[in-house]
Design a protein around this ligand. Structure first.
Ligand code: MRU
Length: 375
């Protein structure tokens, strides 16, 4: 079973207030220098937080999306209700009686806001999934008072938050079963507590394995260009006293050849129906090297990252990010002016390279996904 962690704090959580509440999240752009939280109170600031990677990691982005939907509903409500009435709505449980046309306008605007939020980042399917969850809540609340529509969106966002931690612990328990005793484990990017609400996916597997076996060692790829492995993964593992060695992205085959890596575990941003997996740029290079050295390569992800609507990885939209992520390090240009830059943020690992996909319901071979998960 999973061990109780020292750091059970949520990366992102809804804070209830007299006027409905707001989203509170760790600012991941500041890790490892400072551990700060920011309050997000509007749809636009949630869009920016996702786009600028204050919140990042597929499951955390999903929860941010669910929060953003609730925030926008509150914003729209505050445009309809006078300030005094708004307080009564929440404090005295008084419904907000609106006209039919006000309601129609509310739902029309809400839908537009949800779609806008979904356009903040394209690759992690968890954003689309969580906004889809909130759309279902809206659909089932259409006959209710608008105050109750907002309350339902808030409650559902909190439910998704709590589910995320339980799901990750289950992924951890299943995944720990495939980690050999004393293993050297390679991971890429950050799929830890900070990429989720808590515990993590790939790092959840590592945490659960470490709870059983204190002799495991982790190798963390630095993960250029944004350095999530160097900055965030090592921060999390050091904090939990799990032995970790930082390596640069090009080093993995050195450590594989020298028999220091026994297994690879990474997270995922979107998994197609055939098991092809989009994850942080550089992941597929690790998978190809692992295949060459006969090292099992596992993907750890919740079912909400599996997109059965797309057949293969060819249909996954890969986010292209700003060229300055490549050209600049600590505010300083590291290459000649005039050089051409292409900065894809993710790549697709072919299903043939994946030994198993570790989910909250068990470990599946890529070819089993459709049959096991299709309802
Ligand atoms: O661009 P990011 O930092 O949001 O991307 C996240 C990743 O690609 C991670 O590798 C992670 O494994 C997927 S989320 C747990």
């Amino acid at each position: 079973m999973t061990q109780e962690l020292q750091h059970e704090e949520k990366t992102i959580e809804w804070c209830k207030t007299q006027s409905g509440g707001y989203s509170l999240m760790v600012d991941q752009t500041k890790i490892p220098y400072t551990y700060e939280k920011v309050e997000i109170k509007t749809l636009n600031s949630m869009y920016d937080a996702i786009k600028t990677m204050i919140v990042r990691g597929a499951p955390a982005i999903g929860i941010a999306g669910a929060h953003g939907c609730a925030l926008f509903a509150l914003e729209l409500l505050s445009k309809i209700a006078p300030k005094e009435a708004l307080e009564d709505i929440w404090n005295k449980n008084i419904p907000l009686n609106t006209t039919e046309s006000q309601k129609t306008e509310f739902f029309k605007e809400l839908e537009k806001g949800f779609d806008y939020l979904n356009s903040s980042r394209p690759t992690a399917v968890n954003l689309l999934w969580a906004i889809g969850e909130q759309k279902k809540i809206v659909e089932n609340s259409k006959t209710l008072d608008l105050r109750d529509v907002c309350a339902n969106l808030i409650e559902h966002a909190i439910k998704l938050e709590n589910d995320d931690i339980k799901i990750n612990k289950s992924i951890g328990d299943y995944g720990a079963q495939v980690i050999p005793k004393g293993a050297g484990i390679l991971t890429h990017c950050n799929a830890g507590a900070l990429a989720t609400v808590g515990y993590g996916t790939a790092l959840g597997v590592i945490r659960s394995a470490f709870a059983k076996d204190k002799t495991i060692q982790v190798f963390a790829d630095e993960t250029r260009p944004r350095g999530q492995g160097a900055k965030i993964t090592t921060f999390e593992l050091v904090r939990d006293n799990i032995p970790v060695t930082l390596i640069t992205d090009g080093m993995c085959s050195y450590f594989m050849r020298n028999k220091m890596i026994d297994v690879v575990v990474v997270g995922a941003d979107r998994i197609a129906a055939n098991g092809d997996t989009a994850n942080k740029i550089g992941t597929s290079t690790v998978a190809i090297a692992a295949k060459y050295y006969n090292i099992p390569f596992y993907v750890a992800a919740p079912k909400s990252t599996i997109d059965l609507s797309i057949k293969s990885g060819n249909d996954i939209i890969i986010e292209l990010r700003d060229e300055e992520e490549v050209t600049m390090v600590n505010g300083k240009r590291i290459c000649a002016e005039g050089v051409k830059i292409i900065n894809p943020s993710f790549d697709v690992t072919d299903n043939s390279l994946i030994a198993g996909i570790i989910t909250e319901d068990g470990i599946f071979k890529p070819e089993e996904l459709k049959q096991k998960l299709q309802k």
